[in-house]
Design a protein around this ligand. Structure first.
Ligand code: HEM
Length: 232
């Protein structure tokens, strides 16, 4: 027990927690994107997939609890590291408030995290809890209109959900925040666990940027396709 406690209270331990929780969350984000893209394969495909995810409640709740724990660990540890870093360097770099090696994404990790948190709360209320007041079109996604043969019509929910430009815009901003976060987080994840030679640093930085761009295009393609009438 004291080994875990010591690890948690050390800076290296916190970086490992950030890396492991970040990796778990990133795996979910990649999987969720691939799952959502099935909307382009038609109504039956995406509805079958959504039904499969919902059909085993025990596994669903285990995954939800696991992801939530990872999210809390990631958030809590990042706040603690942020305070530790501030305490270690309270007045910033002399004559150079923005270190040359830092990027826009790295300097704004905390801000992006907050944008992402707001997006996530909205998203879960929108599609999982299905609160009608926030979908801006006044439809009840849990009602009979969004059911086919007693099962949820997730396809119709997505089309309706993104039909309001403001909602789609909020999703695009939220996913943009997520991808900025990933573009920095995904490569610092490897640095945290000790893979930090110049050579690998540059490769990982590029790989993280490419991954973030692919994820951005994948996620954003859905609201954009609904707004432009490609998906209807
Ligand atoms: C355009 C982008 C997105 C679309 C179309 C989308 C679609 C959906 C849908 C339809 C659901 C409800 C699934 C169901 O209840 O059957 C859902 C749930 C969820 N989404 Fe997304 N999503 C998007 C972006 C994201 C992003 C970027 C994240 C993470 C950062 C995310 C995280 C989640 C989570 C955590 C749930 C709750 C899963 C559950 O426990 O039921 N989504 N999403």
């Amino acid at each position: 027990m004291s080994v875990i406690k010591n690890l948690y209270y050390s800076s290296v331990g916190k970086k490992y927690i950030m890396a492991i929780s970040g990796l778990c969350l990133l795996t979910f984000v990649i999987g969720h994107s691939l799952g959502n893209l099935q909307v382009f394969m038609g109504k039956e495909t995406i509805n079958r997939y959504a039904h499969f995810l919902q059909s085993n409640k025990e596994i669903l709740w285990l995954v939800r609890i696991f992801l939530f724990t990872m999210l809390v660990l990631h958030l809590w540890t990042s706040i603690r590291l942020w305070f530790e870093n501030r305490a270690a360097r309270p007045i910033g770099y002399f004559g150079n408030p923005t270190p040359m090696s830092s990027t826009f994404a790295s300097r704004n990790m905390m801000f992006m995290g907050i944008v992402l948190g707001c997006f996530l709360v909205y998203h879960i209320l929108h599609y999982t809890v299905q609160v009608s007041d926030i979908n801006l079109i006044g439809k009840d996604f849990s009602g009979a209109e969004f059911q086919i043969k007693g099962q949820r019509d997730v396809y119709k929910m997505m089309i309706n959900g993104f039909s309001h430009p403001l909602v789609s815009l909020f999703y695009i901003l939220g996913v943009g925040g997520l991808c900025f976060h990933i573009s920095h987080g995904a490569h610092s994840l490897f640095q945290s666990v000790g893979i930090n030679s110049q050579y690998y640093h540059r490769i990982l930085e590029k790989a993280a940027t490419i991954l973030a761009i692919i994820l951005f295009i994948g996620y954003v393609s859905i609201p954009v396709s609904v707004l432009t009438g490609i998906l209807k």
